[in-house]
Design a protein. Structure first.
Length: 374
């Protein structure tokens, strides 16, 4: 375990200010903090360097930075794929603190390390070794390695996206297959439900990013595809069931998805294109219906080439819109504002968008704290 300390501008037992955080995923790696202000404004606060190094890219569906409430402590965890570690920041203490590694064979240097977390455990998916490592969250957000487990897709694919909800962890593989695990005792144990998704059976698509409804009834997959595909699985039995595929807009790839706090809107990042979509979601049936799509985001091709993960502007209601990572060298963060009237909506990039993330040469993952409540 590596330990380092650095003074920060975050003080108190919990931050009163909402922050967007980035995993800058560079060869001078760190986490950047931006204060979220009114009207979707972002103000750079600081960059906290990590002890290790990133790789500046990888699979879209991996969440490389996550924030969780562990008791009364706000914890931020970030993956460093080149040096194969996960470092932590205790956001409310004014101190940033350390990094943990898994077993010697855990390796994410090819396509990254994805993270999923609850207040007790952090799960890290290592793309090269095809393993999921379990870390226990300790006092001050410190991580202690517990164990790892070998995984793999039905068609030879590597571990990709992950999401944890209650006692269930759901994973996607970069070959069209998905699987769920029970994490009731900490380390993941397969539920024996590994399967190819419905849309992937037609080729040219595979589930990538994952979100789960508040009650744990549905798992939602954003697909990497030659078109736009989102898939939904009923997991109310504690196992994955055959997915139902939806197409919500015209675009290339929909690798990242994010459900609004009230579960009425599903935000979809057109990762290999230039737009973000807000689709309507029925939390009772899992049905997705057309909503609205943004216009082409500013400076596409000229300044950035891919869209990454999203975070909510607000952690109540429909979220009010999202921030989305823009992969470039340097990278940017776009702000999109949502308005809804009945069965119609509008999603527009904010006037002051995008915001430069000068520390990142390949931004794919952003987070926020406080996080959404589920």
């Amino acid at each position: 375990m590596l330990v380092f300390y650095i003074s920060t501008v975050l003080t108190g037992n919990a931050p009163a200010q909402d922050y967007l955080v980035t995993n800058d995923d560079s060869f001078t790696n760190g986490v950047s903090f931006y204060a979220i202000g009114s009207g979707s404004a972002l103000t750079f606060a600081m960059e906290v360097p990590g002890p290790g190094l990133g790789i500046g890219g990888g699979l879209f569906g991996m969440s490389r930075v996550v924030a969780v409430n562990s008791g009364k402590t706000q914890c931020i965890f970030a993956a460093e794929a080149f040096t194969n570690d996960v470092f932590w920041i205790e956001a409310g203490s004014g101190i940033a603190g350390g990094a943990a590694t898994g077993s010697p064979s855990d390796d994410g240097s090819a396509n990254g390390i994805g993270l999923a977390a609850n207040p007790q455990y952090v799960y890290a998916s290592f793309s090269t070794s095809n393993t999921i490592a379990t870390f226990q969250v300790q006092s001050g957000c410190a991580l202690a390695f517990v164990s790892d487990v070998a995984v793999g897709g039905l068609n030879g694919g590597v571990i990709d996206g992950m999401a944890v909800h209650g006692n269930m962890l759901i994973a996607s593989y970069a070959d069209g297959s998905v699987e769920s695990f029970t994490v009731a005792s900490g380390p993941p144990v397969s539920n024996g439900d590994k399967q190819n998704s419905t849309a992937s059976r037609g080729g040219n698509t595979y589930p990538n990013g994952i979100d789960v409804t508040q009650d744990g009834h549905f798992a939602i997959f954003g697909d990497t595809s030659t078109s736009d595909v989102v898939e939904v699985s009923d997991i109310s039995s504690g196992r994955l069931t055959s997915t139902v595929a939806y197409q919500t807009h015209s675009g290339i790839s929909s690798s990242n998805v994010l459900l609004s706090p009230d579960q009425t809107i599903l935000y979809i990042s057109n990762t290999q294109g230039d737009v973000v979509t807000a689709a309507f979601f029925n939390k009772n049936t899992g049905v997705i219906s057309r909503g609205c799509t943004s216009g082409r985001l500013k400076s596409y091709v000229q300044a950035w080439s891919y869209l990454g993960s999203m975070v909510l502007q607000q952690i109540t209601g429909n979220g009010g819109g999202v921030f989305v990572a823009e992969f470039g060298a340097p990278s940017y963060i776009a702000a999109l504002n949502l308005s809804v009237e009945g069965s119609k909506c509008t999603l527009k990039e904010a006037a002051g968008s995008p915001t430069l993330d000068s520390y990142s040469r390949g931004l794919l993952s952003i987070g926020r704290f406080p996080p959404r409540s589920y």
